[in-house]
Design a protein around this ligand. Sequence first.
Ligand code: PHE
Length: 474
Amino acid sequence: MAGPAAPTGEGWSSRTAFILAAVGAAVGLGNIWRFPTLAGENGGGAFVLVYISCIILIGLPMVLSEVLIGRHGRSDAFHSVVKVAEDSNVSKNWGIFGGIGILNAFLILTFYSVVAGWVMYYVGVMSVDLVGAIFSGDPFAGALASENPETIPSRMTDLFGNIPLLLGMHTLFMVVSIWIVARGVTDGIEKAATYLMPTFFVLLVLITLYGAFTGEFAKALSFLFTPDFSKLSPAVVNDALGQALFSMSVASAALITYGGYVSRETNLAPTAGMIAFADTGVALLAGLMIFPIVFAVGLDVAAGPTLVFQSLPIAFHNMPAGSLVGLLFFVLIFFAALTSSISLLEGVVAWAMRRFEWGRGFTAWLVGGVIFLIGIACALSLNVWSDIRPLGFIPLFEDKNIFDAIDDLVSKILLPVTAFLTAVFIGWRADKKLVKEETGLEGAMFGLWRFLIAWLAPLAVAMIFVFAVFPNLI
Ligand code: PHE
């Protein structure tokens, strides 16, 4: 039942390489910036519980479904779905959800790169600060030691007010991402993941230990793991679902595309389990890394998207060796963002290479260039275009600027719709024997996975989605 070789003949050099790349795709700004932000805004424990349920019941079965589609189709997200549909004797129109997944990746990267640009800016600020601290003879000083803590948050407003800097950072991040993808699967994506991911994990553990020893660890634990159900609403559950899908990189081409480079010998089910486990583990550890520090200096956990960029630098200001730890913290986020952005770009590039029969280098620079241009609009919506409401005619998006409109359109609408179609396709339309062989699952485990993907995932996604979009129904 082997499909034709991947169109480009490219593939991972080992199972470990695939796992590192896929975990790199999953672990990103979603885990370290968005998850703590949402958990903080939505009251902690209850959100975390719903989030973990979404991961286990929907995210994990979806990861396996997508990787299997990719490995069977051995192509990009669109053509791989078409191949599975053909081999299952069902309509090739199912390829549409693969296509929407590619669109999702395209849209996500437009704003993802802007946020990653902020991260790069903070890497710069913190590096300068640490060098200054070393030269003044106190390498273990707090971050931005000479500054008044009240003015530290203005670093971010300064950045937003400085168009050349804002666009410069976005440009730099896109150029690095495109350069890696242009180098190819083994020499670019795999190599980047092999260096960046292990370093990322070491930094994560070190900074979490630092927070545990110097911050309010017990308070963070109880905030993240004691649920207060009065905080739950359909909108919060939809947020948790959208975040679970976003964080696992499902419904957005990346996993199908990476699955296309996996060898036939790799056993997919345990591999999917490892990806889900690593991604969730990192999100929770990120919470345990950030909240003890935030609590230690009495900052607001519900600060929103600025939590990481405005609140944490104040915390690092007040903590021992904050200058050094602050730098390591932003380097860690940068590594996570980079391995994710290359997976987003690869999801689109792999499709365009095949669709238009272009070479990899040309496609990467062209596709990346178009994403870069739309990203400029996202960046400017923090500045001169802050009043533009691109989807203002839709009630749900009335008050959203370009950046937020794209983010919400993807995470609240397109991701759930794509996830729903993927689950229905794999659960109901794809050939059962083909699917079973690809997953490598046997007996009860196969039955359980199939129940989740055929029944639970589509029903849960549809219900959560309908209640969140039409809150008046209940
Ligand atoms: N999962 C990544 C994150 O958490 C983002 C991403 C989404 C990457 C979709 C690839 C595909 O940051």
